[in-house]
Ligand binder design. Sequence first.
Ligand code: WT7
Length: 671
Amino acid sequence: MVTRHRWLKEIPNKSSKSLYVPETIEALLSEGRSFPPPESFSIQANVSDGSIYEEAERDYVSFWEKWAERLDWHTKWDQALQWDPPYAKWFVGGKLNACFNCVDRHTDGDLSEKVAIISEGEPGDVRTFTYSEVKLEVARLANALKLLGVKKGDIVCIYMPMVAELAFAMLACTRIGAAHTVVFGGFSADALRERIADASAVCVITADGGWRRGKVVELKKTVDDAIAGATTVRNVLTLRRIGDSTAFNAGTWVVGRDHWWHELVTKESSDCPCEVMDSEDLLFTLYTSGSTGKPKGIVHTTGGYLTGTSATFHCIFDHKPSDIYWCTADCGWITGHSYVVYGPMANGATVLMYEGSPDTPDKDRFWKIVEKHKVTILYTAPTAIRTFMKWGEQFPGNCDLSSLRLLGTVGEPINPEAWVWYWKHIGNEKCPIVDTWWQTETGQILISPLPGLTRCKPGSATHPFPGIKAELFSEDGHLLEGAKGGYLVLTRPWPAMLRGLYNDHDRYVETYWSRFPGVYFTGDGAKRDDDGFLWLLGRVDDVMNVAGHRISTMEVESALVDHPAVAEAAVIGRSHEVKGQAISAFVLLRSGFEGDHLVGEIREHVASVIGPIARPDDLFVCADLPKTRSGKIMRRLLRDIAEGRALGDTTTLADSAVVAGLRQQYEHLES
Ligand code: WT7
């Protein structure tokens, strides 16, 4: 057993603090230095016994049943798992309500007056809500939704800034058995329209606007554009977030369709019982990019999702009643669903939500927030950490970060340099770091250290969570053992796994279950080192990871050719020191179009079609694209060009002069 879990607790070397601070990253990698959990952390950790791995391995289904028992069930399940690949059902026959588990059971218990949500707006406004206040707000809002005709089984689209009311909106839907589909407030009207249509959403909850970098993001106006013309949306409920302070215009007000939150909700009764839901009833859909076609509506259901997110929150974030927990992700992404709202609130946590950007009014905003609210657990993304590194350590250095006790990252591989910076300048060499690997589809964290147990190597997400089977497959689908690199697959179901794609069985099978029949393919490559640690290597498909967000090359290409001047386009993600990947677009113009002004215009066009996150970082107008003889664009060569590398195998190129010309042109532009 000892050798099987070599990563488990090693005695920290208390005499020499500098042991943890390697002089150079190269040294770190070559010496394989590792960071055992600080002893002071281990002794108080929620999970401090490595036998949890063996226990889960003996019977993973009863392992998850134990975690499900921490929830409040209206009716207990008859069968813990029904596994009919590629579909799993967890806690079959069980009945519960997710809002009840995240709110009511705490107010019925002794957490009634505990702060549930601290909501800090970008302008500096701070509001706190206790669990009983959250219950009041959520119940009223739930009644208002009912008044607007929202029923159990309907889908409500939420398009809001990162303020407490966004969490209220999610929970209010859940309370009455409606599902939500949250769309990130940075997405464009077109992207919003597409998601509303795919989900057949009957209602939109939005705000007049939100604050971002000192400016108003006009959300309600975007909703107006998104639902102009034929739509399934019957009502729009708008929170007044901006209007009080400025003469702000919240778009066109359509009588009968448009309602102000403050007019409708405050009049409602706070008596709204939680709908009793089946464990497998739809909780939400959330759209994410794939390598082809339109965004995929990932389906998550109730009992398993809540079990997986609440268990991992307890173990990985080591949550204690006194913690002030801050996850910097927006609720428009899965991280905000699982680790801002459902996981933490099912545990009765105090959750901080921040609306704005990390550099408003200054580059120390995050650290001012940590200092002001005495944040104890911070969960953020490698891209943010790299940005902070670039800004300089004086910003965190001038703030009191001594309240922090645990740090986490998610979204993309964290480079060892950023890991060590985080450890040193944010964690003051005393906070364990949990590098958590998971996906929109997995719903819950699947690969991560357990902070009181796991020895960490910077850059490695370490090991699968207890009960999770993550393996490496070769190209031809053979299981790889030992120190090897391959395709990351999941060979066993887990409670929060997706239950398919909304209304698209075929695409579900095709995307996840056909590369290696019968096992879930993550789309990621990974390697295992000699000590059995897993290192995630990024996507192996045509999906880019830009600042921790998945964007498909194909979606950006469609947005490019949507511009009247563009005849053909190829998009690649090139490595970028802060964002992980940056978007490089290569376009051919239609005849009759030319001029430098088009470059900016076409980039803006993509931002308006998809959203600013998809705006290409660079755009090259070229004479031709490198293609195979069968006409496929060779993106690999474009990547070589954009990253300034020697070209890989060019033997399948139809015309080798094309790349030579492109490279010359690219280098000319760079200089
Ligand atoms: C993809 C999933 C899960 C919430 C955020 C992103 C990459 C995620 C890590 C990590 C290396 C990571 C993977 C994955 N990824 N976390 N700790 N180390 N890569 O959710 O948009 O569904 O993207 O993000 O490539 O497949 P998502």
